[in-house]
Every structure is written in C-alpha cells, then in structure tokens.
Design a binder for this molecule. Structure first.
Ligand code: SF4
Ligand code: MSK
Length: 652
C-alpha cells in the first residue's frame, strides 16, 4: 500500500483504502497507472486526416515543425483547442435544447407532470426577449419564450437574444473582434468545419472561433438552461442541506441521481414521497425511500429542494463502493462508464435514462418529458425491487456535513436590500472600500490526478482568508460542501476581517453556492449587474474578479473558461495546458486575449501560484479602477449593508 493521498476528502480516502483490500480498481488507481501521452497532452498531435496522425515534436523549432500537409504546431494546437471548446459548448447547449422542449411541452399542455413554478422569472425572461406578458395566460407567454429561445439554436444570421444582457462595452469588444455568436448550432457547425482538414490554418482565427462558440454556450446554451430550469422548477434561494456519504441510509432504499439535466430528477424528487411507493418499499423490508444527488444533478436538486449530495465527479464510483446504493440514475455528461462494471461487484443497478447516453451493462429506462412521472415511478420501483438484493459487502463509510446552498442572482440582489431595495450597490460598495477585496468564481470538476477536491479546498480557504468572496458551481461546490465550508460559521472562523463582517451582517457563508456547470451563466449576469450598478468597471472586463478551475477535466470547463475570458474575466486552470506545446497559442490565449477582451486563459499546476496569480489579478483590477488599496482590516466609508433584523421585515 502506498502513502499517496488520492482524495482530500477523508471519507473518500477511506473508501479508496477499502477498495484496495477488496481488489477493486477506481479512477484513482487508473489515473496513476495510465500515464498521459505527452504529445497529446500538450496539444501537439493532429489526427484530423488519414495522412496522419501527425505528432509535431522533435528538435526543430516550433515554427518549423509541420504535419504531412504542412500544418504548423500553432495551427494544430489551436485546432485541437477549438475542437475541445466545441464539444463542451455542444454539451451545455444540447442540455438547454432539452429544457426548451420541456418548457414548450408544458406550455402546450402536452405534459401534466411539470408546471411553471416561477411565473415572475418567466416574466423577467419574457421581458428580456421583448415578449408581451400583460393580460396573457401564462402558458401563452411560456410558449413564446420557449419558441424564441429555440430560435437561438437554429438562427443563421443576426445574434443570440441574451447578448443584450451584457454591458454595452463588453458587446463592443465582441463586435470589434467579430465574435458575436449568431445561433448556437451555426457556431458549433462552423467551428467544426474550420477544424476539418485543409480549412482554417490561422491560429488566431481558430482561437477567435473558439471564443465565438464559447460565447454561444455562455450567453445562450447555459443561460437558457439556467433560466428555464428556474422557470419550471423554481429560482433557488438559500436552504440548508447535507453533504457526504453519510446521506445514504442503511435501512432505506437509496437512490442517487447523477448527471446534468434536472427534469427527471425533479420528478423523482416528487415521487419518492408517493404513499403507494413508500408502502411498496416497506413491503420489501425497507423503512423508507432515500434520495441523494451526485455531480451537477445534485446541485440542481440540492439548491431547489435541499436533497442531500453524495459529492462530485470523483465520488461517483466510491458511492457504489459503500454497498448502500440500490440504484444510481444517470442521464448525460460526466458519467464514468466504469460504473456499470463496478456495480457488478455490488447489487447496485445503474439506470441510464437518455437515448443519447447508453452504457453496456446498465439498465435503460427511457425518459420522455411527456411521461415523466410514469418513468420516475418505474425507476423508483426498480430501486425498491433491488433493495432485498443488498449485500453486506461495502465500505459503509459515512460522513455528513451541514451546508447552505442555492444563491441565485435574484436572491443575492434581494439579500442586499430586500424586495424594495434589491440591488448590487452594497456589494459594489464593499468592494470599492476594500472590505471585500474581490470575487472569485471557483468552479469546475474534481480530478483524480491531483489529491481530488484538495485544490478546491485549499483555494477556497486561502481566498476567503484574503477577504475574497467565493462563488462556487459544479463539482467545486461539492468539494467545499463535503468539507463543511459552505456554512455561515465558516466565515466566522476562517474569513478575513472584511469578508467576515459582510457575511455576519447578511448571515451568509463566505462561499456562495450558485449551482451546476450551466449555472456559471449566473456569474455572467451577476457581473453584468455589478457593472450596471456603477462604481466599479462599466464592463465585465476590469472587474476585480477571477475564475479558477483548479481540477478541471471536462471539455465543458474549457468552453466555460473561454466564455469568461471573452467576457472579460481572467481564468486560471489547474494542471498543464492542453495546448502548452505551442508558445504562439499560449501567447494568444494570454497576452493577446487580455489586450482585446481584458480576459484570458492561463494554466498553472501549482496551487500556491494559482492563488497568488488570482490575488494579483484582483489587485491589478482594483488599481485600474483607482479603488482603495486592499489592506486587511482597514476599510473606507461605505453604505450600511442590510442587516438580519431589517431583512426579516421583508419577504422574497
Ligand atoms: Fe497530419 Fe495535416 Fe492530416 Fe493533421 S491535417 S493529420 S497535420 S496531414
Ligand atoms: S459535473 S463538468 S465534473 S463540474 Fe457538471 Fe462536475 Fe465538471 Fe462534470
């Protein structure tokens, strides 16, 4: 047994240790055995045609290395990067398309299983889309909203609707550099065309295409998905929850929902309390039905219903190893195919639900929004039927951490002024006087190639200690939740003096949970609102804000990072650059993008350096805005934030 720490999550580490004694391999073992190909890892391998694959290596200078066709290393690396961004953008956007179809089905009365949960949000979206709401039935408005948002996918000319939510100066930059996205599908199709053999060979042009397709993801795909989820299932507001393997119950049927699209998971949340199903569970010897979440589906059902989470990406195999999961229900994205094989060692049923994402060895229960409740009932019954098959084998490790989750833009505005005075003024003021040094979006996956979740936790702790407000999404949230960091008490014990005061005054944690991967779009609209509030930058670029994805693994993370960079946010990824072989591509993504957009992409494996880079970017932006120099514990004069007593007098 080696002494290498595989996960910073102690409970996860115990399960990994347990697996060793039971001859079970997980991603942690495989990550150590599977050494990445250094040529592919640095973006120097081209395999887009059958004259290759061409490996652009050797002793020659970068500008001399070419493939059989003459493609240079910068061309190959830029093309590889663009392909990764396209794949990530397609994933979020296809998710959004399904959400729009669900909204349309609800509006047309084709499904009775879902309803409009948040009419105010529907009206807000309709107003942005310039759809008439006055005196119109809600389903008519919903139909127009769904149809207009679906237009964003197939539009050939013009621009996607939500671009108007960005500050004018940010949009001007996009126009100047020709990266205004027209329609999501068009950008994805064109970008893939450019990477076909013999098309676009200019690295700068290829990378501008990456930004364009990424903007289509951030300001259409992801944003559409976030908005429709809020409309159909409710706009999140903070609630208490729990995180850890201890959410699983020894005496109840345990179901875990894992993946990304929230529709079926919402329906399962609805049916697990069904008296008929509860009776059925009792007839099989269980004392109840227990639902937990994993990865981004967990974020969705946690922030709207307080469904507890078993953790992020690297916990998915480990949850099966507890021996307590009767069914794990998966849809699309970030689902390890290893689950099916692993489940054979236990009694767990892996149930796939999307026609786009099947898995040999899993059971398939096709989800269709027109018969959502029926599918959900069928799946819960399968889990109940499996409960008597539960064996004693399993790690049975449990841990449980309290958390507060579910901060939407709407709630963040409300918490700063109640319903009548909701705004970003207090937050902007707190940043201006140096009470809050800046804001970091700590996002992205957790990764078995580093002590998993450890980089998120290290950065979260250090940032809040430096008075940086952290907003968190995706599996980064789970890393903080399973450490107990997302509680108001965390601010009292670990935040710097200014941030602590702010958190105490409002009663919030220093790390705000904003939701799933697609909910990174909430950060875009929050930054836009901060820009229009005044006192900081008039555009997203130049704000004292940074994005960090320290343990990223998915191509979606590159799409997210690219839309933040194009929108004006410096983004730091952990690990080595996937296109680090090309100095020219690296220069374009850092120096050139920063000059053009005030945002850029950096790759840095050392977490200490990531931290110092983030703080330097924040302080550089403060200096550029001529704000008071940040000094811990020394603040200027600012408006008084709304305190708890005043807030109790208002309603959300
Ligand atoms: Fe090689 Fe050029 Fe074909 Fe790429 S496109 S595999 S560099 S010949
Ligand atoms: S689930 S993309 S591992 S954040 Fe959204 Fe987590 Fe990364 Fe998937």
């Amino acid at each position: 047994m080696d002494n290498v720490v595989r996960s910073a999550n102690e409970a996860a580490e115990k399960i990994i240790e347990w697996s060793k004694g039971h001859d079970i391999q997980t991603c942690f073992d495989k990550a150590r055995k599977m050494k990445p190909c250094p040529i592919g890892a640095a973006g120097a391998c081209c395999r887009v045609c059958h004259m290759g694959p061409c490996r652009l290596i050797g002793s020659r200078a970068e500008e001399e290395a070419t493939g059989v066709c003459g493609a240079t290393l910068p061309t190959v690396a830029a093309r590889n990067f663009l392909r990764m961004v396209v794949s990530g953008a397609a994933a979020h956007s296809d998710h959004a398309r399904d959400m729009a179809f669900t909204l349309m089905a609800v509006a047309n009365g084709e499904t009775r299983d879902f309803r409009i949960a948040d009419e105010a949000k529907l009206h807000m979206v309709a107003e942005i889309l310039e759809i008439e709401v006055k005196d119109r039935p809600v389903n008519h408005v919903a139909r127009d909203v769904a149809a207009t948002l679906l237009d964003d996918f197939g539009r050939q000319k013009g621009q996607i609707n939500y671009l108007k939510r960005a500050p004018q100066k940010t949009r001007d930059r996009w126009k100047k550099w020709g990266i205004i996205p027209r329609g999501v599908d068009r950008e994805i199709c064109e970008a893939i065309h450019r990477t076909n053999m013999g098309v676009d060979h200019d690295p700068d042009n290829l990378l501008l295409s990456a930004l364009r397709v990424a903007l289509a993801d951030g300001w259409a795909g992801s944003m559409i998905s976030t908005d429709i989820s809020d409309v159909l299932f409710g706009t999140p507001r903070p609630l208490r929850g729990k995180a850890g393997f201890g959410i699983l119950k020894e005496d109840e049927v345990n179901l875990v929902v894992h993946g990304h699209e929230p529709s079926l998971a919402e329906m399962i949340v609805d049916v697990v309390d069904d008296p008929e199903l509860l009776e059925y569970a009792r007839s099989k010897g269980a004392s109840g039905i227990n639902l937990g979440g994993m990865c981004c589906t967990a974020n969705e059902v946690l922030m709207r219903h307080g469904i507890p989470t078993a953790g992020g990406f690297t916990n998915q195999e480990l949850v099966i190893l507890t021996g307590l999961v009767d069914a794990i229900i998966v849809d699309v994205q970030c689902i390890m195919p290893a689950l099916a094989e692993l489940s054979n060692r236990f009694h767990t049923k892996v149930i796939t639900t999307s026609s786009k994402a099947k898995m040999p060895g899993a059971v398939h229960a096709a989800y269709d929004e027109h018969r959502a409740r029926e599918t959900a009932m069928e799946i819960v019954r399968m889990a109940i039927d499996n409960f008597p098959n539960r064996k004693q084998e399993g790690s049975h490790v449990s841990d449980l951490n309290p958390l507060v989750a579910g901060f939407s833009q709407e709630y963040i505005e409300y918490m700063q002024g109640g319903r009548m005075r909701a705004s970003f003024r207090p937050l902007n003021d707190a940043i201006m006087v140096g009470r809050i040094r800046g804001v970091v979006g700590l996002a992205g996956c957790d990764n078995p190639r580093v002590p998993s979740q450890g980089l998120h936790r290290f950065l979260a702790r250090e940032l809040i200690m430096s008075d940086v407000l952290v907003v968190s999404t995706g599996c980064g949230s789970h890393a903080c939740q399973t450490a107990g960091y997302m509680t108001p008490e965390m601010a009292l014990e670990n935040a710097g003096p200014g941030l602590k005061e702010v958190c105490e005054a409002i009663g919030i944690p220093p790390i705000l949970h904003l939701g799933s991967c697609v909910d990174n779009s909430r950060i875009l609209t929050i930054l836009s609102a901060m820009a229009s509030e005044g006192g900081l930058s008039e555009e997203i670029g130049g704000m004292p804000g940074v994005g960090i994805a320290p343990e990223w693994m998915s191509e979606k993370a590159l799409a997210i990072g690219s839309y933040f960079a194009a929108s004006g946010v410096p983004v730091i990824f952990g690990g080595e650059s996937p296109v680090g072989a090309s100095k020219e591509v690296t220069r374009i993504m850092t120096v050139i993008w920063f000059e053009r957009f005030k945002g850029a992409l950096y790759f840095e494996p050392d977490p200490e350096k990531i931290l110092s880079m983030a703080l330097e970017f924040i302080d550089y932006a403060r200096e550029g805005l001529k704000l008071k120099k940040y000094e811990p514990g020394k603040f200027g004069v600012e408006r008084v934030l709304m305190d708890m007593a005043a807030r109790r007098e208002t309603t959300f």
